[in-house]
Ligand binder design. Structure first.
Ligand code: ADP
Length: 222
């Protein structure tokens, strides 16, 4: 479904990603970890075509991707309501959602435990509530690939666990391919997921068990 061949990304003389090679199949759940500034967000940006690689080839076998960026652009305080923000994530939104689309939005708000916010203005929401709304926006058109860059950073710990449970439900239900950048795997991992450790290049890619061994060996010296 996704294949990287010798992909490198440089900003001027600064090579952020070097010779990245991997592939991901349909229904895979991949966690991307690595130190700060190691190129995780840059990698994700190449996935969603926000950045072009300086070298190499990226093959992506779908047009239907949902993306939750790490830094939500909340500076431009557009006075949009929750339902308007979510509706903008639909495939081909019209001026107003239909009744069916409204009930789908409501169903997701309920699933994210914020049903009361349907008509609320985004500006009045807490960071965690806004993050839930943007998650629904990324999810609602049933993407084949879902890309989440630190999705739980603003979520309260009690909801984090539920959130990952929900992600695994979605993966099972729709065979969604999920790519998840995180600095904390505690709540996130399940047996059948894959872990990628990035630090300019891919230092590790494999199962969670194998990742444990890799960590014990002291991955800074690989
Ligand atoms: P991570 O997500 O792992 O924290 P990033 O991919 O955000 O890392 O950044 C990797 C490195 O690339 C950092 O040193 C960052 O400063 C640099 N970088 C990211 N985007 C740009 C850019 N547009 N121009 C120049 N340098 C950048």
């Amino acid at each position: 479904m996704i294949k990287y061949e010798n992909v490198s990304v440089s900003f001027g003389n600064f090579e952020v990603l070097k010779n990245i090679n991997f592939h991901i199949g349909k229904g895979d759940f991949l966690h991307i970890v690595g130190p700060n500034g190691s190129g995780k967000t840059t990698l994700v940006k190449t996935l969603v075509s926000l950045l072009k690689p300086t070298e190499g080839q990226i093959h992506i076998n779908t047009n239907n991707m949902g993306y939750l960026p790490q830094k939500l652009n909340l500076k431009n305080q557009i006075p949009m309501t929750v339902q308007e923000v979510i509706y903008s994530g639909f495939d081909k939104p019209k001026l107003f959602p239909t009744k069916t689309e409204c009930s789908l939005i409501k169903k997701w708000l309920l699933r994210m435990e914020i049903p009361e916010l349907f008509n609320q203005s985004m500006n009045y929401l807490s960071g965690g509530q806004q993050q839930r709304v943007y998650l629904i926006r990324a999810l609602i058109s049933n993407p084949e690939v879902l890309i989440l860059d630190e999705p739980t950073s603003a979520l309260d710990p009690s909801f984090r666990e539920k959130f990952y449970k929900l992600l695994y439900e979605i993966q099972q239900e729709y065979q969604t391919t999920i790519i998840h950048v995180t600095h904390d795997l505690t709540d996130a991992v399940k047996d059948d997921c894959k872990i990628m450790y990035v630090d300019q290049s891919i230092r590790f890619l494999g199962s969670y068990d194998a990742y444990h061994e890799f960590e014990h060996r002291g991955h800074h010296h690989v």
